[in-house]
Design a protein. Structure first.
Length: 184
C-alpha cells in the first residue's frame, strides 16, 4: 500500500505543537541493534495527551548536568543487563544544541508485545556516540500513522523508513520548518 509523503494541514494545528523538555533515557536497545534506527527514549507520561502512534517534529539534544543520584532508568537498564554509556551528552560536541528532524513512536510496540508504554524519538541524523542522560527538547507537530504490528522485522523496518520520508517531506513546509524556533 502506498502512503502519502506529506501528512497534516499546511499550517500546524490543534493539538499541535506539543513541546517537551526532558532527559534521554535507556530503552530496550532494539532501535539500533535490530532496526538500524537508534532512538532517544523519553518518559511517555510527558505525552499523555497524545494517542499512541507515530508522530513527526523537531528535536534538540544538549549536554546535561550529571544528577546527584543515579536515575531509576539507569538501574532498570542494568537489571536488563544492558551496557550503556551514560555520558549526559558530553560527547555531542558541536552537535549539541542543533535542531534536527525527528519521528517518534508512542505506544506499546505491538510487534514486540511490550508490557510497558514507551516514547521513542528517532532523531534523523547520524550521531557518532550515544547520549544517554542528555537534555532533549522536542516539538511534536503532526501525526503520521497509528501503531500496528508486522509479520516480520523487515516489514517493520520498511515502514519506519517510510515514516522518516513522510516526516522529512511534511517538515519541509514553511510553517513546520519555522516551528524549529519553538525549541532552538
Amino acid at each position: 500500500m502506498t502512503r502519502p509523503l506529506i501528512v497534516g494541514p499546511d499550517q500546524v494545528g490543534t493539538p499541535f505543537p506539543v513541546v517537551v523538555e526532558t532527559t534521554v533515557e535507556a530503552g530496550f536497545g532494539r532501535g539500533s541493534a535490530e532496526l538500524g534506527c537508534p532512538t532517544a527514549n523519553i518518559p511517555p507520561g510527558l505525552l499523555a495527551k497524545l494517542d499512541t502512534g507515530v508522530y513527526y517534529g523537531w528535536a534538540v539534544v544538549d549536554q546535561a548536568r550529571e544528577p546527584a543520584t543515579v536515575p531509576e532508568w539507569v538501574e532498570q537498564a542494568k537489571q536488563r543487563e544492558r551496557k550503556i554509556d551514560v555520558n549526559y551528552g558530553s560527547k555531542l560536541g558541536p552537535l549539541a544544541g542543533t535542531c534536527f528532524p525527528m519521528v517518534m513512536s508512542i505506544g506499546w510496540n505491538p510487534f514486540y508485545d511490550n508490557k510497558q508504554k514507551s516514547a521513542e524519538v528517532h532523531i534523523i541524523h547520524q550521531f557518532p556516540d550515544s547520549f544517554y542522560g542528555a537534555a532533549i527538547k522536542i516539538v511534536v507537530l503532526g501525526f503520521i500513522r497509528n501503531e500496528q504490528s508486522y509479520d516480520s522485522v523487515d516489514a517493520l523496518i520498511e515502514d519506519i523508513q517510510t515514516d522518516i520520508k513522510v516526516a522529512l517531506h511534511s517538515l519541509d513546509r514553511p510553517a513546520y520548518a519555522e516551528a524549529q524556533n519553538l525549541i532552538s
